[in-house]
Design a binder for this molecule. Structure first.
Ligand SMILES: Nc1ncnc2c1ncn2[C@@H]1O[C@H](COP(=O)(O)OP(=O)(O)OP(=O)(O)O)[C@@H](O)[C@H]1O
Ligand SMILES: [Mg+2]
Length: 286
C-alpha cells in the first residue's frame, strides 16, 4: 500500500522537515546519525526524539542502534514527501483507492482537477532496500539505490508518455514528483479482463498504436494483454512504459518482436485470430 492518506494529512511541519533532511542526507549516509539529523533540523533532543517516534510508528522512517544511533527513510516516508509536494502544487486533493499492485509499482486513484491515477514506482523495494540495509551498498551516483532506481523508473515513464501523447493512445501525463507519476485515468479494464465484440478491430488498433510509437522512436518493451486497456467502446490505450527503449537501442528489434508476438499470441489464444507475425511486423516498421 502507498502511505495512508491520513498520515500525510496529519503530518506535522517538523516531521516533514525531518523527512526532507533524511532524503538529503541519505546521499551520504546509509543510516543518518542522530547528531547529524539534529544539526540539520535544529530541533531539541526531545522534540527530535518525539517526532522520530511518530515517523517510525507510521513506518516512514526506520532506525538502527548498532553501530550507532542512525535513521533511514523508507518508502512510506518517501511517498509522503511526494504526496505533500503534489498536494502543494495543486495536482491532487485527495487520495483514492488502490487499484493495482505490480512487481515494481503500486497504482491508485486520486482526485485532482478530475479523477487521476497515481503510479508509485517501487524499484528495489525488496532487493535494494534490504540489501542496502544489510550491506550498506551505495551506488557511485551518490544516491541511495532504491530512491535512485524508483525516481529513474518514474521519470522514464513520464518522458515516454510526454513523447507519445496524444499521437499514441496513452494516458495523459499530468505531473511527476520523485517516484510518482500522475496521469489521466483510463475509463476501461485491462485487455486480459475484457470480452471483445470486435477483436479484429482492437488488434488492428493496437498494432496501429505500436506503429505510431515506433515512428516516434519508441518501443514499449513489455507489451502484453496486461498492459493494454480497453473501454466499453473498445477503444484501446497502451500503458506501463517505464522500460521503453529508443528504436536505435541494440535490443529494440528483439523487444519490438516480443511485444508484437505477445499481442498476436493473445488474440490467437483467446479469439482464434490468425495474424502472421511478419505481416504485423512489416505493418509496424514500414
Ligand atoms: N492511467 C490508468 N488508468 C486506469 N488504470 C490504470 C492506469 N494505469 C494503470 N492502471 C491500472 O493499474 C494496473 C497496473 O499499472 P501498470 O501496468 O502501469 O503497472 P504494473 O503492471 O504494476 O507495473 P509492473 O510492470 O512493474 O508490474 C494496470 O494493469 C491497470 O489496471
Ligand atoms: Mg502492467
Amino acid at each position: 500500500m502507498p502511505v495512508p492518506a491520513e498520515y500525510v494529512r496529519t503530518l506535522h511541519a517538523y516531521e516533514l522537515r525531518i523527512l526532507l533532511a533524511l532524503e538529503r542526507l541519505m546521499r551520504r549516509y546509509q543510516w543518518v546519525p542522530l547528531e547529524t539529523l539534529r544539526s540539520a533540523t535544529g530541533f531539541s533532543e526531545s522534540e527530535l526524539s518525539y517526532r522520530l517516534g511518530r515517523l517510525i510508528a507510521m513506518d516512514m522512517v526506520r532506525s538502527e542502534k548498532v553501530p550507532y544511533d542512525g535513521y533511514a527513510l523508507v518508502f512510506n516516508g518517501y511517498d509522503a514527501l511526494a504526496l505533500n509536494t503534489l498536494t502543494r502544487r495543486g495536482t491532487i486533493q485527495a487520495l483514492g483507492i488502490l487499484i493495482g499492485v505490480g512487481k515494481e509499482s503500486e497504482v491508485c486513484e486520486a482526485m485532482g482537477l478530475g479523477p487521476v491515477i497515481l503510479k508509485f514506482h517501487r524499484v528495489g523495494q525488496r532487493s535494494f532496500q534490504s540489501a542496502r540495509l544489510k550491506r550498506g551498498y551505495m551506488p557511485e551516483t551518490g544516491h541511495c539505490p532504491w530512491i535512485f532506481a524508483s525516481n529513474h523508473s518514474a521519470r522514464a515513464e513520464y518522458t515516454a508518455l510526454q513523447a507519445l501523447h496524444p499521437t499514441v493512445s496513452v494516458p495523459l501525463p499530468i505531473d511527476l514528483n520523485r517516484h510518482v507519476v500522475v496521469m489521466s485515468l483510463i475509463p476501461g479494464v485491462d485487455l486480459v479482463r475484457a470480452s471483445l465484440e470486435e477483436p479484429e478491430m482492437v488488434l488492428d488498433d493496437i498494432l496501429e498504436n505500436v506503429r505510431e510509437a515506433y515512428r516516434l522512436g519508441i518501443v514499449h518493451g513489455d507489451l502484453s494483454e496486461f498492459n493494454v486497456m480497453v473501454d466499453e467502446k473498445e477503444q484501446c490505450w497502451l500503458i506501463d512504459w517505464p522500460q521503453w527503449v529508443e528504436t536505435s537501442h541494440p535490443n529494440a528489434d528483439d523487444l519490438l518482436s516480443r511485444d508484437i508476438e505477445n499481442i498476436l499470441q493473445y488474440f490467437k489464444r483467446k479469439y482464434g485470430i490468425e495474424y502472421a507475425f511478419d505481416e504485423a511486423l512489416a505493418r509496424v516498421v514500414e
